[in-house]
Design a binder for this molecule. Structure first.
Ligand SMILES: [Zn+2]
Ligand SMILES: [Zn+2]
Length: 84
């Protein structure tokens, strides 16, 4: 009975670890979809709603760029795909 309890405990720990891993995988996927690296300094920047106009949050950078093109924000972006 003692060894059964031990293996049951081991099983529960494995299940917990598996759940944790799945959860982490899911949150990584979300981050991948809503963040892109700044084209200038490569820090991950979170997308703000349906707006394609991105601004780097880094004080030393403040690069303004287009989520859609991955380039510096320009007139074409503003006229063509400012919003989703
Ligand atoms: Zn930047
Ligand atoms: Zn663009």
């Amino acid at each position: 009975a003692f060894s059964l309890l031990l293996s049951l405990q081991g099983y529960m720990i494995d299940e917990h670890a598996a759940m944790q891993a799945r959860w982490e995988e899911a949150s990584r996927e979300t981050i991948k979809k809503t963040t892109k690296p700044c084209p200038s300094c490569h820090v991950p920047v979170e997308k703000n709603g349906g707006c394609m106009h991105m601004k780097c949050p880094q004080a030393q950078c403040r690069f303004e760029w287009c989520w859609n093109c991955g380039l510096e924000w320009n007139r074409t972006c503003m006229g063509d795909h400012w919003f989703d």
